[in-house]
Design a protein. Structure first.
Ligand SMILES: Nc1ncnc2c1ncn2[C@@H]1O[C@H](COP(=O)(O)OP(=O)(O)OP(=O)(O)O)[C@@H](O)[C@H]1O
Length: 327
């Protein structure tokens, strides 16, 4: 792997759980620790320049929290994160460095200011941070519109005048306007029709080819993840349980959770490409099982899985998994 653009070392994020007044008073009287959700639990990973990393896992496993920490939007509770070797913190969002990591969200409508014309939405941050002079902003924005496949007259229109796919193109153009080095797409195509999803994915692939951007791609659509990503991290209740080159993960998954997640995933493209619900309930993140979080649902769990927290270990070149009972 070439020098990493991003590196996380035991990065964690905890949120206070919502508690009733009675629970809060009990905690105060008894001195008990308040309940907390460990949304991201000691995650260590690297992303190489130009690489695309997929993040998958059931709802609530911490994908978005991890993405927002990588983007510097959320502070970490512990652990460290580095961008090109430099430790950074969430307040970096206010500096020009923060622009180097851009995020694209699921719902473009809520992330685009409805009162601004597309010209201002795309050009605003680039002008503000001196990336382009105000008088040169129009050709700059026009060039970006062309790159994302929008017509020139989009310039003067407002977000509500576009379809969902077009709004996502505006979101991509706005992200590219500040010349990022890394793009994080959090369910960026989930709200779009299947045919439009394919167009946006092709656009992202083209942008990656043209600019060599590193990308993090979060999706429930395993077909998209396989198609787009070089490597994939599988998360379960805040922890990364498997990390491998994409083809290897899909062809030879090691962790029982990954296997169950991929089970039933059609080999040839079909209408349903996201994962089926897997057996057993996802445990409450406020009371995760001890040891391996997955043991109550795991078909190969043994007694020590209830006590020992499995660390990620090497299963082959670049292939890591955190299962005590798998070679
Ligand atoms: N601001 C917050 N306050 C309290 N708890 C939070 C907050 N943000 C996330 N969580 C909790 O952290 C855990 C991880 O949430 P997160 O949104 O990162 O998961 P996810 O894998 O992205 O889920 P989804 O696929 O549904 O978007 C969940 O238990 C969630 O309820």
């Amino acid at each position: 792997m070439t020098a990493p653009i991003f590196e996380a070392e035991a990065m964690s994020r905890t949120f206070a759980g919502s508690r009733s007044m009675f629970q809060q008073l009990t905690e105060r009287w008894t001195g008990a620790e308040p309940l907390a959700v460990r949304a991201v639990d000691r995650v260590s990973l690297q992303l190489a320049e130009g690489e695309t990393l997929g993040i998958v896992g059931e709802s609530g496993c911490g994908k978005s929290t991890l993405a927002r920490m990588i983007a510097g939007i959320l502070p970490t509770t512990s652990g460290s994160r580095r961008f090109r070797g430099e430790v950074y913190d969430s307040f970096l969002r206010r500096t020009r460095d923060a622009l180097k990591v851009q995020m694209i969200f699921q719902d473009p409508m809520s992330s685009l200011n409805p009162r601004l014309r597309v010209e201002d939405i795309i050009g605003e941050a680039a002008i503000l941070h001196g990336i382009v002079a105000r008088r040169e902003a129009r050709p700059y924005v026009l060039d970006l519109l062309e790159r994302v496949g929008l017509p020139e007259d989009a310039l003067r229109r407002y977000p509500h005048q576009f379809s969902g796919g077009q709004r996502q193109r505006i979101g991509v153009a706005r992200a590219l306007a500040v010349k990022p080095h890394m793009l994080i797409c959090d369910e960026a195509v989930a709200a779009l029709d299947v045919s439009v999803q394919a167009q946006i994915i092709n656009l992202l692939i083209k942008i990656r080819q043209d600019s060599g951007l590193a990308m993090i791609f979060i999706s429930h659509d395993l077909g998209v993840i396989r198609h787009l990503c070089d490597r994939v991290a599988v998360m379960y209740l805040g922890r990364v349980v498997e990390l491998a080159p994409a083809d290897e993960l899909f062809d030879a998954p090691k962790h029982p959770y990954t296997r169950m997640l991929l089970e039933g995933m059609p080999r040839i493209s079909s209408e349903r490409r996201s994962f089926l619900p897997i057996r057993g309930e996802i445990p409450s993140p406020l009371h995760p099982p001890l040891g391996c979080h997955f043991h109550p649902r795991c078909p190969i769990a043994s007694a020590h899985c209830q006590a020992i927290v499995p660390e990620l270990r090497q299963a082959g070149p670049g292939h890591l998994h955190a299962c005590l009972n798998t070679a």
